[in-house]
Design a binder for this molecule. Sequence first.
Ligand SMILES: *Cc1c(COP(=O)(O)O)cnc(C)c1O
Length: 366
Amino acid sequence: MSKVDPADWIRPEIRALAAYHVPDSAGLIKLDAMENPYPWPRELVSDWQARLSSAAINRYPDAQAAGLKARLRAAMGVPPGAELLLGNGSDEIIQMLMLAIGGAGRTLLTPEPGFAMFRIIATLTGTDYCGVPLCAGNFALDTDAMLAALREQRPALVIIANPNNPTGNRFEERALRAVIEAAPGLVVLDEAYYPFCDGDCLGWLAGYDNLLVMRTVSKLGLAGLRLGVLAGSATWLREIGKTRLPYNINTLTQLSAEFALEHADAFARQTRAIRSERERVAGALGRVPGLRAFPSETNFILFRAPSGQAGRVQAGLREAGVLIKNFDGSHRALADCLRVTVGTAAENDAFLAALRRLLDAPMAAF
Ligand SMILES: *Cc1c(COP(=O)(O)O)cnc(C)c1O
């Protein structure tokens, strides 16, 4: 019998990819993935379970998720003229965008450093990828460089995360508008971190026929549900929606997200707590000698360790039971940079204490 070698058949661009790696976090304080650290209030949990017991799990989900969409519109303040397309996380929406608009001979343009999935999904879909460096030092959008790249590359799709991950900052309105106005194709503003900043771009939808706004409930506190939202004109969404697999939003997610959005006040309280902890942690990081914390309008903080120390800091924190993400080596602009998600006050204290111990320790020990 002949042996069939997967290497002969798996497409070369897939073989060249590394699988998306999620580190084992068992037993650790998990500050690596921008999750909301707070569980639901106990009384909400029992009401939610009662709601789930009504689920017709033998049936396919509501394919249009009409009830959930209505809740999302109200909770997110989606303007009346805009339609919604839902994804299994905004990751799936990024995939739908590139299936519909990307592909061979099409370019995705996005600022860098940025969200890793943009490049990964471009590769998966055979879309050319063009990363435009953010301004050195403050990670601002480099308007001139973006406009030049738009002229040279004529990208079918531009995606800009605003606020940006992993840098944490929000871009200037003037720079964003200049990009939207100069783009030959579609521009998607990814507002994954909208709960943690003031000001958003949903209101811009009416003014631009090449703009869509993407959101997710993940960072808000529902990462386990996998639910992302794309808002904008029916014309774009009807076409992009053709790449959506039927029933992509499962019944439990629909019921759970609807329930959660009915109790938006509980999430608003958690968001306020996270924002206030963010300011406290940022202040504390700023006082650790040798560290530089970058301003954040998200639920995480990017900070720069002393030169050559990022790996040691991450490993030392892990040893102390705290998991954060190391970006050193991932992009030129992120040398020595680490990203910590804002946790509960106790988690943040544990992180800060371990960090101070590590940076006070004599370097010779490592
Ligand atoms: C986390 C994140 C997402 C992905 O969100 P999901 O809805 O959980 O898939 C998208 N964009 C940015 C910028 C993110 O940081």
